[in-house]
Design a protein around this ligand. Structure first.
Ligand SMILES: NC(=O)c1ccc[n+]([C@@H]2O[C@H](COP(=O)([O-])OP(=O)(O)OC[C@H]3O[C@@H](n4cnc5c(N)ncnc54)[C@H](O)[C@@H]3O)[C@@H](O)[C@H]2O)c1
Length: 363
């Protein structure tokens, strides 16, 4: 998925690690442990450098994303492994917006890839559905839409208050994410791409999505392409998930539909994601947030983060090692060696240890 060539002369791979807040600080070390174990057993060299950006640093020093962060990350690292941001002590969420949205926008990570894959049939809430049905990729546009922060208040905190939030869509931005979805389908011999929007109501922004989709799809005649309004897509993904291979949509709808997909595959604790600009330093994070309600209890599921690491290894060109992590996680789920969110009794660390051991002994 758009691997970045590793830097010449350095160690084989150099990873910036940003655990962040809450359960991000608990699941990320388990991922690092699993990656280290799989790299060691494949005799590959990998180096991790940790950054303490998050709520604690913000509250202590007033720093969110340091001024040289983007330059350092893109020049010195092949990839970024990220935990989660969000802390009840920072109700404005300012640090999270600066760090996470800052990195997505400033590194121009326009592809948010969120695979939905059922690891074990017992995990889906859908009756009579199996891992053959719940298996599709969501590509969410990641640098535009309603998330750019253009807008404002008028007469704030009065009864006449008005709030405006602009939906920004550029031809370049829409085209590159739609093209990425078709390229992914072609490279992985997947037959179907579905573009989703709300062009019946959003008659300017999503009219652009319609026109670009029609133009790009004509270049991929071997792929069956179709369009669904987002409300219909939400229904269809639940009714018959097996009809989808690749879904491509805007920032907001991708955020929502991928959480729905995560639930169909067993919940947020299992869902991985990648923020990618093909060929450049990219950022890998589980779909879940910092989950303050369970933080500090040692029960957060590390599988979403470990599957995220597998996507990162794919991106580095280490496909066999990525597959080894995915196989280890499937085995843990099969054996019931899981955290309480999946009905198990293991701690975050015990699951991480088990996965690291599984890949070390070369299963
Ligand atoms: N990318 C990110 O950093 C990111 C993403 C989403 C939310 N957030 C932030 O996280 C904070 C909490 O948000 P939220 O509660 O809406 O979403 P959340 O994903 O943090 O948690 C929602 C619920 O899902 C469950 N859950 C999530 N991850 C889990 C895991 N690994 N193991 C077991 N259970 C898990 C928990 O029950 C949790 O209460 C907020 O500050 C929010 O802004 C950050």
């Amino acid at each position: 998925m758009g691997a970045k060539p590793l830097r010449e002369g350095g160690p084989a791979a150099r990873i910036a690690v940003i655990p962040g807040d809450g359960i991000g600080k608990e699941v990320t070390p388990e991922s690092v442990k699993a990656i280290f174990a799989v790299a060691q057993s494949a005799r590959r060299r990998i180096e991790f450098v940790e950054f303490d950006w998050g709520a604690d640093k913000f509250l202590r020093e007033g720093v969110t994303l340091p001024p040289d962060a983007v330059e350092r990350l893109s020049n010195e690292f092949d990839a970024i492994l990220f935990g989660a941001l969000g802390d009840p002590r920072v109700p404005s969420n300012q640090h999270a917006a600066d760090i996470l949205l800052g990195l997505r926008f400033k590194l121009d990570l326009f592809v948010n890839a969120r695979p939905v894959a059922l690891l074990h049939d017992r995990l889906t809430p859908l009756r009579d559905r199996t891992s053959r049905d719940v298996r599709f990729m969501v590509f969410r546009e990641n640098t535009e839409g309603l998330y750019v922060g253009v807008g404002g208040f008028f007469k704030k905190d009065t009864p006449d208050e008005i709030a405006v939030q602009e939906d920004v869509n550029s031809r370049k931005g829409v085209e590159r994410i739609i093209r990425h979805a078709f390229e992914y389908a072609r490279q992985n011999t997947l037959k179907r791409v579905c573009m989703s929007d709300k062009s019946n109501a959003m008659t300017f922004a999503h009219d652009l999505w319609q026109r670009v989709f029609k133009q790009v799809r004509s270049e991929y005649p071997e792929i069956e392409s179709r369009h669904l309004y987002i409300d219909t897509l939400a229904m269809e993904v639940v009714r018959d998930p097996g009809q989808f291979d690749v879904i491509v949509t805007c920032n907001l709808f991708g955020d929502i539909i991928s959480d729905l997909g995560a639930q169909l595959a067993g919940g947020l604790g299992l869902a991985p994601s990648a923020n990618i600009h093909p060929g450049r330093t990219s950022l890998f994070e589980p779909v879940h947030g910092s989950a303050p309600s369970i933080a500090g209890k040692g029960i957060a599921n590390p599988i979403g983060s470990i599957l995220t690491s597998a996507m990162m290894l794919d991106f580095l060109g280490w496909k066999a090692e990525g597959d080894a992590l995915r196989e280890a996680v499937r085995a843990a789920v099969r054996e019931g060696l899981v955290t309480p969110d999946l009905g198990g009794s293991k701690t975050t660390q015990q699951v991480g240890d088990w996965v690291a051991n599984y890949v070390s002994i070369g299963n």
